[in-house]
Design a protein around this ligand. Structure first.
Ligand SMILES: [Zn+2]
Length: 452
């Protein structure tokens, strides 16, 4: 550890209470997906004070769909019914979105990303540090034992919606850049600070920054990578949200059989065959390693006990490993697999009345390329030196914004940030404050070493 690094750690130790207060103040600002602006202004005002050149930029939806047609998602809002309302048989298009009745989802009006630039003195490597400012909704308020916007502290944990996912990470980024600028750590490379909107449900904030052309030699996404401060995620799984609609032939129970043949066909009995086919796909893929986790989420069908069901609708999600394919290739492949499994069922009725499969949302999977490991190595070394622990490398099961930096931006990206992802999206969401302070230290040292 050089002198500057020791000063950074000392600065963080001397300002722990202020850093915890800042995190508490940020959690108190409700920034549920769709309502991010106030929290963005709060963070902007803070980093402006450290000498960052700041800008609030609304992501350009049209440009995202033009540049990344297989990956771009509909902007979403974290309220029931507006969450992910569009369905598509192939992929979403900007024209579909514009023709839809969902006016509030057609742009990122009043939902800006925050961009903060700190110019290096030249000749060094550049870095993006990124976090999302939006949070999932509160859910059932009556189940919370802490105010979701109260930032209560108890037994070393701070409670509130977004505490760990990921206002802890955003506040750790703020803490790290405060420490770096306060002690005037000399940086040669440019540092870009980004907080983005709509990570939850869509990823349109980070993809908007890629479409806008912001570049760097590497990116660190400060999502909670694991408890203890020594976990790095070098990839994430993908996800495809699907719906299958199956037709039946509605008749009264009394006329179900005619001439020794079924005449009334319940869509529900046919849905069972489709479910079997989807589950066989999953089983076949997972013989040696878990490649897909297929969740049959909901099933709805039928009207009366005495009538064969005219329709049955099944909803679910398929999470998939980066080994099945990263970027747009993985999405295209998994959508095709699901479509084939839902449509190729050996049944005369289903062949004559093929089910319709549609997609509601899809995230691409990501792996840090084998020949672009430098940012991971820098973070591993910082973990060893700051915490005296061996780093643990793993991947996130679901999607996160690192995918857009890596897959669409071509920027080597890892996830490193404070806290345990298991606490995310839950009732009484909380972050361990020791993890938070460790995260600030490791981030500060990593940024300094990368950019110096
Ligand atoms: Zn998150």
């Amino acid at each position: 550890m050089d002198k500057i690094e020791q000063q950074l750690l000392q600065y963080v130790d001397d300002h722990k209470e202020e850093f915890i207060k800042f995190l508490g103040d940020l959690v108190k600002i409700n920034s549920i997906t769709g309502y991010e602006k106030k929290a963005q202004e709060f963070v902007r005002d803070r980093i402006k004070g450290y000498g960052f050149e700041t800008e609030l930029v609304e992501p350009d939806v049209k440009k995202m769909f033009e540049m990344f047609p297989e990956v771009a998602q509909v902007p979403s809002i974290g309220e029931e019914g507006l969450d992910m309302p569009l369905m598509t048989e192939d992929k979403f298009t900007y024209e579909q979105l514009m023709a839809s009745p969902y006016d509030r989802l057609k742009s990122y009006k009043d939902r800006p990303n925050l961009i903060g630039k700190l110019k290096g003195k030249g000749g060094g490597k550049s870095l993006i540090i990124n976090g999302h400012i939006d949070t999932v909704p509160v859910g059932d308020r009556s189940k919370w034992t802490h105010d979701p916007f109260g930032s209560d502290i108890k037994d070393g944990y701070l409670y509130g919606r977004g505490a760990v996912d990921m206002k802890g990470g955003v506040a750790a980024m703020v803490g790290a850049v405060e420490a770096l600028t306060a002690i005037k750590a000399p940086l040669a490379g440019d540092l870009m600070f980004q907080t983005v909107v709509n990570e939850e449900h869509a990823g349109g904030g980070a993809l908007g920054n890629i479409a806008a052309g912001y570049k760097a030699d590497a990116a660190i996404v400060a999502e909670p990578s694991g408890p203890g401060g020594n976990v790095i995620l070098n990839g994430n799984g993908g996800g495809v949200y699907w719906e299958v609609r199956i037709k039946g032939h509605e008749t009264h129970a009394g006329s179900r059989w005619q001439n020794n043949k079924p005449f009334g066909i319940s869509a529900i009995e046919k849905a069972a065959l489709v479910v079997d086919s989807l589950i066989s796909l999953e089983k076949g893929l997972n013989k040696d390693k878990t490649m897909m986790s297929l969740c049959i989420g909901t099933i709805k069908g039928g009207t009366y006990a005495t009538a064969t069901a005219a329709e049955c609708v099944i909803n679910g999600v398929a999470y998939f490993s980066p080994d099945l394919g990263t970027g747009k290739d993985g999405i295209v492949k998994v959508k095709k697999m699901l479509k084939d499994a839902a449509l190729n069922v050996d049944d005369a009725w289903l062949r004559a009345n093929p089910p319709v499969i549609k997609f509601q949302h899809y995230d691409d999977a990501y792996m840090l390329p084998a020949d672009k490991q430098e940012i991971k190595r820098f973070t591993e070394d910082a973990i060893r030196d700051v915490l005296g622990k061996e780093p643990v490398i793993t991947q996130l099961g679901g999607g996160c914004d690192a995918r857009h930096f890596g897959n669409q931006g071509g920027i080597p990206a890892i996830v490193y940030g404070p806290g345990d992802i298991k606490m995310a999206h839950s009732t009484d969401e909380c972050i361990n404050l020791d993890d938070y302070i460790k995260g600030i230290k490791v981030l500060a040292v990593t940024i300094y070493r990368w950019c110096k």
